[in-house]
Write a protein that binds this ligand. Structure first.
Ligand SMILES: N[C@@H](CCC(=O)N[C@@H](CS)C(=O)NCC(=O)O)C(=O)O
Length: 215
C-alpha cells in the first residue's frame, strides 16, 4: 500500500519528507491541508496529529508526526533504500547536528503559528515580524555556513558527495528564506549545496511549486 503524506505545498517540514521519499524511491500519495485556510486545525486532521501541524505520514496502520521522526522512521523501516545518514557514528552525529540547526533551532521560531502570535497577541507590525524572521535566519545560516566552510567532511553536499538528512533540512529552509526576501549572498557554501541539490530530481520534484496544491 502506498504511503500517505499529509502535507501542504509551502510547508518546509513537509518538503523535507517529500525529498526523503523521493530520494528513497518510495511511492506516496499526498493529502494537502491548506494552512492559510486553517485546514490543519480541522477536527478530522487533529485526530491524525493533535498538534495541528503538517506533515504526518501514514504507513499502513502506523501514523508518524514530526518530520525528523518521519525521516528516521523511513531510514529504519526501509533499510534497502538510499541512506539518508552516513554509516559511521561520527558522521551520523554530524549530519544530525547540522539538521538540528534548521529543524530544532530555526524553523520552530519562524513557523506560521509563531508569526501569527507575534501579530495577533503581541501586536508586532509587519516590519517587526520580518526583522524577527530574518534575525533567526541569520543565526541559522551564519552557523551553517561556518560549519560547511570549516569542517573537512563537507563535500559536494553537506556531508560528503551524497545528499543526507542535513541537505534535506537545509534546502527547504533556503526556500523559506528566499520567500521572505532574506539576502543569501554571503553564504557561498550553503548556496553551492543548494544548487547541487536542485539539480537532483528528488529535490526538484519536492519543491513547493511542483506540488499538486501549489498556488
Ligand atoms: N517540528 C515539526 C514542525 C511542523 C510544523 O511547524 N509545520 C508547519 C508547516 S512547515 C505547520 O504545520 N504550521 C502550521 C501552523 O503553524 O499553524 C516537524 O518537523 O514536523
Amino acid at each position: 500500500m502506498a504511503l500517505l503524506l499529509h502535507d501542504y505545498f509551502r510547508s518546509s517540514a513537509s518538503y523535507r519528507v517529500r525529498i526523503a521519499l523521493n530520494l528513497k524511491g518510495l511511492p506516496y500519495r499526498q493529502q494537502p491541508h491548506h494552512l492559510a485556510k486553517g485546514e490543519h486545525r480541522a477536527p478530522d486532521y487533529l485526530r491524525i496529529n493533535p498538534q495541528g501541524l503538517v506533515p504526518a505520514l501514514v504507513d499502513g496502520d502506523v501514523t508518524i508526526t514530526q518530520s525528523i521522526a518521519i525521516l528516521e522512521y523511513l531510514e529504519e523501516a526501509y533499510p534497502d533504500t538510499r541512506r539518508l545518514l552516513p554509516a559511521a557514528p561520527a558522521g551520523r552525529a554530524r549530519v544530525r547536528s547540522l539538521s538540528a540547526i534548521v529543524a530544532a533551532d530555526t524553523h520552530p521560531l519562524n513557523n506560521l503559528r509563531v508569526l501569527k502570535y507575534l501579530d495577533t497577541e503581541l501586536g508586532l507590525d509587519e516590519p517587526a515580524r520580518t526583522a524577527w524572521y530574518h534575525h533567526w535566519l541569520k543565526e541559522c545560516f551564519d552557523a551553517f555556513e561556518a560549519r560547511l566552510q570549516d569542517e573537512p567532511e563537507t563535500g559536494r553536499f553537506c556531508h560528503g558527495d551524497d545528499p543526507t538528512m542535513a541537505d534535506i533540512c537545509l534546502v527547504p529552509q533556503i526556500f523559506n528564506a528566499k520567500r521572505f526576501a532574506f539576502d543569501l549572498a554571503a553564504y557561498s557554501a550553503v548556496m553551492r549545496i543548494f544548487d547541487a541539490a536542485q539539480a537532483l530530481d528528488a529535490f526538484a520534484m519536492a519543491a513547493p511549486d511542483r506540488q499538486p496544491d501549489a498556488e
